[in-house]
Design a protein around this ligand. Structure first.
Ligand code: IPM
Ligand code: MG
Length: 368
C-alpha cells in the first residue's frame, strides 16, 4: 500500500518555526517506528500572497483535496493588515476549510498536571481538566450571505449573516455525540436561542438528533454567554461542548487559557470520509502566527506537535503512536522544560523552540 500522504503548509510568523519541530517528529516516526509519510510542502497565507498574489493558489487547493491530511502552521502578520479582504492571509485558511468542507473542528483543552499552577485560574479549578470543544467550521456568520460593506442613504453599513441549515447543524451534532461516546458521554450545546432564530433551530435540531440517534448520551443546552461564564467558573462540569462557528472561535480561545497557554492547544478539522475511508482533514494549532515573537526561537511548538498527534489518531488510526507523542510532551513538561510562554514563577529550564522539539524527541526515544 502507498504511504499515507501529508501536505505541510507552514504559513507565516512562527508557523515555519513550530512546523520545523513537527517535521522532526515525522522523520522520527519513519526511522524508529517504520511509519513513513509522503510529505509535500506548499505556501499558505501571507507568504503565498507574496509569491502568487493570493493567500492560497489553486494548485495548492487541489493538492490539499488529494492528500490524506493537511498540517497547517499559522497565517497572518501586520504587514498584511491593509490588504483587501479577499486576499488577506486568513482567507487562505478559510478557503481550505470551506472547500474541503471541514465542518467539525475539534479543539481539546486539557490541563497537564505540570501546568496546573500556571493557569490564571486556581489550581483546583483546572487540574485534570479534559474537555473537547466541537466547533462548526464551514458555515454560520463566517460564510453567510449577504455580506459586505454597503451604502444606505448617506452612510455605510457593514453586513454579515448568521445562517445555518438543518443538515449543517445535524452533521456537527453527530460528530459531537460520536466523540462523547468515546469520552465522558456528555454533550453541552451552546447557542443564543434567546435572541437568534438560528439558535432556536440549532437547539431543536441538536435535540432531535439526540433523541433519535444518541439517547444514551447526556445532553444539556446553555446560552453561549452563560457558557463562557461557566467555562471560567467551573470548567470541569463539561465533557464535549458543541457550538457554532463564531461562538466556537471565542469559547475555544477562553478554554485554551484554562490550560495555561495558547501555545499548548492543538486542533483537528474533519470533513466527510474520502474514498479510502479517511476523513478529509486539516490539523493546526489553535494559536496564531504570533508576529511579535516570530524569528526569535521563542515559540512553543507543542500545539503544533500535538496537532500532528491528532492526525495520527483521527486520520491514520495510530492511537498508540499519538499517545506516545502526547506522553512525551507530558514527560517534558513534568521535567520542567519550558518555552517562554510556559515560564511561571516556579521557574524551570528555559528552552528555545528547537530545544523543546529535541526534548520531546528524547522522551520519545526513551519510550521505545
Ligand atoms: C481560529 C482563528 C481563525 C478563525 C482565523 C485565523 C481566521 O482565529 O482558527 O480560531 O477565526 O477561525
Ligand atoms: Mg480563533
Amino acid at each position: 500500500m502507498a504511504n499515507p500522504s501529508l501536505l505541510i503548509l507552514a504559513g507565516d510568523g512562527i508557523g515555519p518555526e513550530v512546523m520545523a519541530e513537527v517535521k522532526k517528529i515525522i522523520a522520527w516516526m519513519g526511522d524508529k517506528r517504520g511509519v513513513t509519510f509522503d510529505v509535500s510542502e506548499d505556501l499558505v497565507g501571507g507568504c503565498a500572497y507574496d509569491v502568487h498574489g493570493t493567500p492560497l493558489a489553486d494548485a495548492t487547493m487541489a493538492k490539499a483535496q488529494e492528500v490524506d491530511a493537511v498540517l497547517l502552521g499559522a497565517v497572518g502578520g501586520p504587514q498584511y493588515d491593509e490588504l483587501p479582504f479577499a486576499v488577506k492571509p486568513e482567507r487562505g485558511l478559510l478557503r481550505l476549510r470551506k472547500e474541503m468542507d471541514l465542518f467539525a473542528n475539534l479543539r481539546p483543552a486539557q490541563c497537564f498536571d505540570a501546568l496546573a499552577d500556571f493557569s490564571s485560574l486556581k489550581k483546583d479549578v483546572v487540574a485534570g481538566l479534559d474537555i473537547m470543544i466541537v466547533r462548526e467550521l464551514t458555515s454560520g456568520v463566517y460564510f453567510g450571505e449577504p455580506r459586505g460593506i454597503f451604502t444606505e442613504g448617506n452612510e455605510r453599513v457593514g453586513i454579515n449573516t448568521q445562517r445555518y441549515t438543518e443538515s449543517e447543524i445535524a452533521r456537527v451534532a453527530r460528530s459531537a455525540f460520536e466523540l462523547a461516546r468515546k469520552r465522558g458521554n456528555k454533550v453541552c450545546s451552546m447557542e443564543k436561542a434567546n435572541v437568534m432564530e438560528s439558535g432556536v433551530l440549532w437547539r431543536q435540531v441538536v435535540t432531535e438528533i439526540h433523541d433519535k440517534e444518541y439517547p444514551d448520551v447526556a445532553l444539556s443546552h446553555m446560552y453561549a454567554d452563560n457558557g463562557a461564564m461557566q467555562l471560567v467558573r467551573n470548567p470541569k462540569q463539561f465533557d464535549v461542548i458543541v457550538t457554532d462557528n463564531l461562538f466556537g472561535d471565542l469559547l475555544s480561545d477562553a478554554a485554551a487559557m484554562l490550560t495555561g497557554s495558547l501555545g499548548m492547544l492543538p486542533s483537528a478539522s474533519l470533513g466527510a470520509p474520502m474514498a479510502n475511508g479517511r476523513p478529509k482533514a486539516l490539523y493546526e494549532p489553535v494559536h496564531g502566527s504570533a508576529p511579535d515573537i516570530a524569528g526569535q526561537a521563542k515559540a512553543n511548538p507543542i500545539a503544533c506537535i500535538l496537532s500532528f498527534a491528532m492526525a495520527l489518531r483521527y486520520s491514520f488510526d495510530m492511537g498508540d503512536e499519538a499517545a506516545r507523542v502526547e506522553a512525551a510532551v507530558e514527560k517534558v513538561l513534568a521535567d520542567g522544560v519550558r518555552t517562554g510562554d510556559l515560564m511561571g514563577p516556579e521557574g524551570g529550564t528555559p528552552v528555545t523552540t528547537s530545544e523543546m522539539g529535541a526534548a520531546i524527541i528524547a522522551a520519545m526515544d526513551a519510550s521505545l
